[in-house]
Design a protein around this ligand. Structure first.
Ligand code: CA
Length: 224
């Protein structure tokens, strides 16, 4: 049974979500205070989190950022502020999806199911391709072959490997690889990606590819 944590200070909404998720065979827990979330997640390891933004104690965006320091648990933000969506899904906050308020409980269940299903698929795929990345030694290997990567290429590959199929804007990728705020052009990213692809090809990484998304940026794809 998958365990869903609902973080929502409006008790009525939380109760509705709990009822609906439980009716769909999910185990649920509910927290109403933002300050309690990190410790709770550490000790209970939920399978997915529905996270409201406006909360007492600590807001959902800050919580999400903090959670990302120690867990990849799928996080769906509940937001009434449409203008924040880019930021929510961006690297800085790192949520996986969002649902706009007001929502129907049915919609939430559909999205939760879809997210968990997608994750199961990704897990299966990750086990089936031989790319391994060691962040402590900075060594990336495909099967038994070592990829000779620059630090920037390593960071990019690590990111794409963690989130197959997720589309990254060039700006997000730039923010990710240069944290000193230096000014670089989109062409810089294109060059790094081009080199990284070449190196992946050299080791015969056919199951792991990085493709461009027209007008946006890049995503990785794992084929079995
Ligand atoms: Ca709220």
């Amino acid at each position: 049974m998958k365990h869903i944590l609902i973080v929502e200070d409006e008790i009525k909404i939380a109760q509705l979500l709990e009822d609906y998720l439980q009716a769909n065979a999910y185990q649920t827990s509910h927290l109403a205070d933002g300050l309690a979330v990190e410790a709770w997640v550490k000790s209970h390891n939920p399978d997915l989190i529905l996270l409201d933004i406006m909360l007492p104690g600590k807001d959902g965006l800050e919580i999400c950022k903090a959670l990302r320091h120690f867990t990849d648990v799928p996080i769906i933000m509940l937001t009434a502020r449409v203008e924040e969506i880019d930021r929510i899904l961006g690297l800085e906050i790192g949520a996986d999806d969002y649902i706009c308020k007001p929502f129907s409980s049915r919609e939430v269940v559909v999205r939760v199911k879809a997210m968990l299903r997608r994750l199961d698929k990704v897990m299966t795929k990750q086990q089936s391709h031989p790319l391994t990345i060691n962040r402590e030694t900075f060594i990336a290997q495909y099967g038994k072959q070592t990829l000779t990567l620059t630090p920037v290429e390593f960071k990019l590959l690590d990111l794409f490997n963690q989130h197959p199929e997720r589309v990254y804007h060039r700006d997000q990728l730039l923010d990710h690889i240069y944290d000193d705020g230096r000014v670089v052009t989109h062409r810089t990213i294109d060059t790094h990606i081009k080199n990284l692809r070449k190196k992946l090809q050299q080791v015969g990484a056919e199951e792991f590819t990085i493709s461009s998304v027209y007008g946006v940026g890049y995503k990785s794809h794992v084929s079995s």
